[in-house]
Write a protein that binds this ligand. Structure first.
Ligand SMILES: NC(=O)c1ccc[n+]([C@@H]2O[C@H](COP(=O)([O-])OP(=O)(O)OC[C@H]3O[C@@H](n4cnc5c(N)ncnc54)[C@H](O)[C@@H]3O)[C@@H](O)[C@H]2O)c1
Length: 415
C-alpha cells in the first residue's frame, strides 16, 4: 500500500518541527510544500530526514491536487485566505481526504466561525492540532489514574502552563497580526489540556460544560523601558505603542452535566520565563490521587563550562526556545515526540484514511478560540465571566480584545 501523502502550507518553525515528527510516523510521506518563503529549505530537511520528497509547489491549489491531506502551518493572520484557497481547490476537484490546521483556529470567534464555515463548504474531514492533548505523558497519566478515577471520581483541579522567553518571529509579538499576546498564542494550549484532563474517562472531549472564566492579562517584562528597547531592536516591534500581554493567568470552571460536580482548570502562560527554555507544566488533583508533569525535568543534562563555551552549538538543539548555551543544560532529545506532534499526526492520518474528522476537529478548535477570547473579555471587564449568560454568548461572537485591536495601552501597564 502506498504511503499517505501530506502537504504542508507554510515552511517556518512549526513546519520544521512537524517534518522532524514525521520520522516517527509510519506510512506517511511529506509529499509537497507551498510557501512564499522557506520551501526549498523544508524540502532539503525532508529529504535529509528521509520523510518524503517534499516537492515544492507554486500555489495552494497545485499542492492540494498532489497530496492526500494538507496542513495549514502559516501565520494566524493568513488563516482565512489560506483556508479559502484550500476550499476553492477542493470545489474545483482536488480530492483531499483531510485538512489539518495549527492553533489557534481564529484570532477571534468570528474568524474561527469563518474557518468552520469554509471547512463545511469544502466538506472535507478536519483536524485541529492541539499537541498537548496528544502528549504521551498526559495520555500515560490518564491511563495510570483510570482505576482511581473510576473508584473515587474524576479530577477536580487541573493546572496547566506553557512558558518561555518569547516567540521567534516578529508577527507573534504584533497583537493585531497574531490576535493578542501570550494568551492567544499559548493560552489555547493550556486551556485545552486542562479541560481534557478534567474530562471523566470515556466521555467526549466537550463533555464538561465551561460555565465561567476569570483571567488577568499583564505586561511584566516587555513593557519596561529595557524590555521595549530590546524588543524594538530584535523584532522591530514597538510595545510603547501597541503592546500585548506577556503574562496571563486565569481559571475556567466546568460543570459535569450528569452529576452537577464542578471542576476548575487554571492556566498560566508567559513570554517572560527566563529559565533554560520552554516549560510545559501540568498537574491534576483527584480525590486521593494526582499527577504532575514538567518537561524541563529531562533525564538528560549536559554541562558546558565557561572554558568550553566558545565552541557551543545552536542553543535550540538542546530545547525549544532555549535561552542558554552554557552551564547545566536541560536537553530533550526528541521534543517532537515529547510535545505530542508525533501522536497528533498519527491520529489525523488514521482518521482521514477512515473518512472522518480527527480526535480534535475544527469544531473543537472553535470552542478553544471561544474560551480564549472569553478569557480576554473577563480580563478586560474585570469580572468572572458567566458563560451561561445569553448576552455574554452574543457579545463573544463579535468580540475583538482591545489588545488585538492594537489598543493594549488601555489595559496593560506600559512604562
Ligand atoms: N502547536 C505549537 O506548539 C505551535 C508552535 C509554533 C507555531 N504554531 C502555530 O503554527 C502557525 C505557524 O507558526 P510558525 O511558528 O511556523 O510561523 P513562522 O513565521 O515561523 O512560519 C510561517 C511560514 O508561513 C509562510 N507563509 C506566510 N504567509 C503565507 C501564506 N499566505 N501562504 C502560505 N505560506 C505563508 C511563511 O513564509 C513561513 O514559511 C501559527 O499559527 C502558530 O500559532 C503552533
Amino acid at each position: 500500500m502506498s504511503n499517505f501523502k501530506l502537504g504542508i502550507i507554510g515552511a517556518g518553525f512549526i513546519s520544521r518541527f512537524h517534518t522532524k515528527a514525521l520520522q516517527s510516523v509510519r506510512g506517511v510521506d511529506l509529499a509537497g510544500v507551498y510557501s512564499p518563503k522557506g520551501a526549498p529549505e523544508l524540502q532539503a530537511l525532508a529529504r535529509e530526514l528521509g520523510v518524503g520528497d517534499c516537492v515544492v509547489h507554486e500555489s495552494v491549489a497545485e499542492l492540494c491536487n498532489n497530496v492526500d491531506a494538507v496542513c495549514i502551518y502559516t501565520p494566524n493572520y493568513t488563516r482565512i485566505e489560506v483556508m479559502k484557497a484550500v476550499t476553492d481547490a477542493v470545489k474545483a476537484g482536488a480530492a483531499l481526504k483531510g485538512v489539518i490546521i495549527e492553533k489557534p483556529l481564529g484570532r477571534t470567534v468570528a474568524e474561527a466561525q469563518i474557518l468552520l464555515d469554509l471547512a463545511k463548504e469544502a466538506g472535507v474531514p478536519t483536524a485541529y492540532f492541539e499537541n498537548q492533548i496528544h502528549m504521551k505523558g498526559i495520555r500515560a497519566a490518564l491511563a495510570q489514574m483510570k482505576p482511581q478515577q473510576e473508584s473515587m471520581g474524576p479530577l477536580s483541579l487541573a493546572r496547566s502552563s506553557e512558558e518561555h522567553a518569547g516567540p521567534h518571529e516578529p508577527w507573534f509579538w504584533d497583537p493585531v497580526r497574531q490576535g493578542g499576546g501570550v494568551l492567544s498564542d499559548m493560552g489555547c494550549h493550556s486551556i485545552a489540556v486542562g479541560w481534557y484532563v478534567l474530562t471523566p474517562h470515556g466521555k467526549p472531549i466537550d463533555f464538561l460544560k465551561p460555565i465561567s472564566v476569570s483571567a488577568e492579562t499583564s505586561l511584566l517584562k516587555w513593557g519596561t523601558k529595557a524590555g521595549q528597547k530590546q524588543l524594538l531592536e530584535r523584532m522591530g516591534i514597538d510595545y510603547s505603542k501597541a503592546p500585548a500581554e506577556d503574562f496571563a493567568t486565569g481559571v475556567i470552571t466546568f460543570e459535569n452535566p450528569e452529576t452537577g460536580q464542578q471542576s476548575k482548570a487554571q492556566f498560566t502562560n508567559s513570554w517572560m520565563y527566563d529559565k533554560q527554555g520552554m516549560r510545559l507544566y501540568m498537574d491534576g488533583m483527584g480525590p486521593g490521587y494526582a499527577f504532575e508533569l514538567n518537561t524541563l525535568q529531562s533525564s538528560l543534562q549536559v554541562f558546558v563550562g565557561d572554558e568550553a563555551a566558545d565552541a557551543v552549538a545552536d542553543a535550540e538543539t538542546a530545547l525549544e526556545k532555549s535561552t542558554a548555551s552554557r552551564g547545566l543544560l536541560t536537553v530533550e532529545p526528541n521534543e517532537a515526540d515529547l510535545y505530542g506532534y508525533v501522536d497528533e499526526i498519527i491520529d489525523a492520518v488514521r482518521c482521514f484514511k477512515a473518512g472522518h474528522d480527527a480526535f480534535l476537529n475544527f469544531d473543537y478548535g472553535f470552542e478553544i478560540t471561544r474560551l480564549c477570547q472569553a478569557a480576554y473579555m473577563a480580563a478586560e471587564r474585570g469580572v468572572i465571566l458567566d458563560l451561561t449568560d445569553a448576552q455574554v454568548q452574543e457579545d463573544l461572537k463579535t468580540y475583538t480584545s482591545l489588545i488585538a485591536q492594537g489598543r493594549g495601552r488601555e489595559v496593560l501597564h506600559v512604562m
